[in-house]
Ligand binder design. Structure first.
Ligand code: IMP
Ligand code: MG
Length: 504
């Protein structure tokens, strides 16, 4: 791997580093966490999200997808410690499936730690998440159906369970009863057709996650969770205390999930995930006592296109509403799309087809749900919103996806086209120009992108290891984005493999 010494040099005096995404997730954090675990980190801690995340690594042609276990796990054999922090919504069924995969691949996980105070996902959380999504009165968010909303809201309601409850069956039983009673009452208020269709979903029916008989039956859950406990007990630790002992002394990488724009606090609410996926949430969820303990932050960003999964405003979406509707329609997935639109290309004149073409080249299908990810152009206003909040240092990823694209568009501003809208003391009127995105869905849904067009570089970037060898047309776009958004790229990722990077 050429040039990574420059990144190591940048990391020279750093002990605690965060990796988070500056967009709506799926920017390639998995690859970068694996890379940094390989060259730098001694401890890797996941701090936010849960089974909703899908972190992909490609090593020697082999793809590994992790939902819960940190992406430093391939380095467990080098005695590096991977930990799941207190902020994570921990589903023991997903964790056990991931351990099965690691066993099958002969990958060691001796040093894995699971925070005793991570939030415990129960079968009912998955069911309630899906019922709320199917109930037309609740308003659709397009969740991943992994129970995130219900588990974090149980936590806030103070009726949640924690991983440590797995170790004490009496406590587990008592807390379960307390947790389930109101859910069973609530369940009766939902349309029975919706409820049974969710129970019949293959994820439950075939026991892929949880068996339907376990959902509301305390004894069945106690038995099933007892089985998980037998397997997971050796890894359950006081991660907070471990972090406190090591902070500022051991090179620690905090692995974020989702992205800044999906943060419950700072994202495009309500179309967000229920945890704080920014640095602040990550630092807390990984077990730090203060965000001040973080020495540096690296943001991961796709360029020069971006993606979003699920519902919510997306000003630069290629193919607009039609793309949104298709990506969020039932049954849409990679194969269906390839069969339906074999002619789609990154250069299709029809924007709807062009969006599909980019998605196909980029492999933009959910690592967790297989849903097509909505694709759009790189968005300066959104970047201008997140960079002052999360810091300028970034690694740009997936740059090879647009290798063959003839024209690349960069959104430099929005034209507001909605009704007069008060945003605090600011009043928005139709026709206003917005340079820094307002993370309010009422505004964002009425923002039309203003583009600057650039000729594409139209060649393969494979094998390029130095910025000086990049095509001029590529450099022009990069320089433009850097100037407009004040990002400071540390590296460019130009392929899936650990080695496919240009260090700057
Ligand atoms: P939830 O996190 O499953 O509740 O989903 C809430 C929203 O966040 C939905 O729009 C999801 O598509 C989105 N989301 C959750 N996790 C991810 C992720 O890892 N990548 C991209 N989008 C995500
Ligand atoms: Mg992902």
């Amino acid at each position: 791997m050429e040039g990574y010494e420059r990144l190591l040099e940048w990391l020279r005096n750093i002990f605690t580093l965060t990796i988070t995404c500056r967009q709506w997730g799926d920017s390639g954090k998995g690859k970068i966490v694996d890379l940094l675990a390989y060259i730098w980190a001694e401890i890797i801690i996941r701090g936010t999200g849960g089974g909703n995340a899908g972190h992909t690594m490609v090593i020697n042609g082999k793809t590994y997808i992790m939902h819960l276990i940190p992406c430093g796990i391939l380095h467990d054999k080098e005695n590096k410690i991977n930990a799941i922090g207190r902020g994570v919504a921990f589903d023991p069924s997903i964790a056990c499936s991931e351990l099965d995969i690691l066993d099958k691949e002969n990958i060691s996980y001796q040093k894995l730690m699971i925070a005793l105070n991570a939030k415990l996902v129960l079968p009912q959380h998955l069911v309630m998440d899906r019922i709320e999504e199917s109930d037309s009165d609740s308003g659709k968010i397009g969740t991943t159906g992994r129970g995130m909303g219900p588990v974090y809201s149980d936590h806030v309601k103070r009726i949640g369970l924690i991983v440590n409850d797995l170790l004490n069956p009496d406590v587990l039983a008592r807390k379960l009863e307390r947790n389930l009673k109101p859910k069973i009452r609530l369940l009766k208020t939902y349309d029975p057709v919706i409820v049974s269709s969710i129970m019949d979903h293959p994820h439950l029916k075939n026991g892929l996650y949880h068996h339907p008989k376990n959902v509301f039956d305390v004894d069945a859950i106690i038995y099933q969770y007892g089985e998980y406990a037998k397997r997971l007990e050796p890894f359950i630790r006081d991660v907070d205390a471990f972090v406190r002992q090591n902070v500022g002394k051991t090179r620690t990488l905090l692995e974020g999930a989702q992205g800044d724009l999906l943060s419950i606090n700072k994202g495009t609410y309500p179309f967000v995930t229920p945890s704080d996926s920014t640095i602040t949430g990550l630092a807390d969820g990984a077990g730090l006592d203060s965000t001040k303990q973080v020495d540096e932050n690296i943001g991961i960003m796709k360029a020069f296109y971006i993606t979003r999964v699920g519902e919510g405003p997306f000003p630069t979406e290629i193919g607009g509403k039609r793309s949104d509707e298709w990506c969020n329609s039932k049954g849409a997935n990679r194969q269906v799309e390839i069969d339906l639109y074999p002619q789609a290309s990154v250069n299709s004149i029809d924007e709807y087809l062009q969006g599909i073409g980019i998605r196909q080249v980029g492999g933009e299908y959910g690592a967790t749900t297989e849903r097509p990810r909505r694709c759009g152009w790189f968005d300066d206003p959104l970047t201008n919103y997140v960079i002052p909040m999360s810091g300028p240092h970034v690694i740009l990823t997936k740059l090879d996806v647009l290798n063959q694209c003839k024209t690349i568009k960069i959104c430099t501003a929005y034209r507001y086209v909605g009704p007069r809208f008060k945003y605090g003391q600011q009043v928005l009127n139709p026709g206003d120009i917005i340079k820094v995105a307002i993370p309010n869905s009422e505004v964002l849904q009425h923002c039309q992108p203003i583009y600057q067009e650039f000729p594409g570089w139209e060649c393969d970037l494979k094998g390029v290891t130095s910025i000086n060898d990049l095509p001029t047309k590529f450099r022009d776009i990069l320089d433009f984005v850097v100037k407009e958004t004040k990002i400071k790229p540390l590296a460019l990722s130009i392929g899936k493999e650990r080695e496919d990077n240009i260090f700057l």
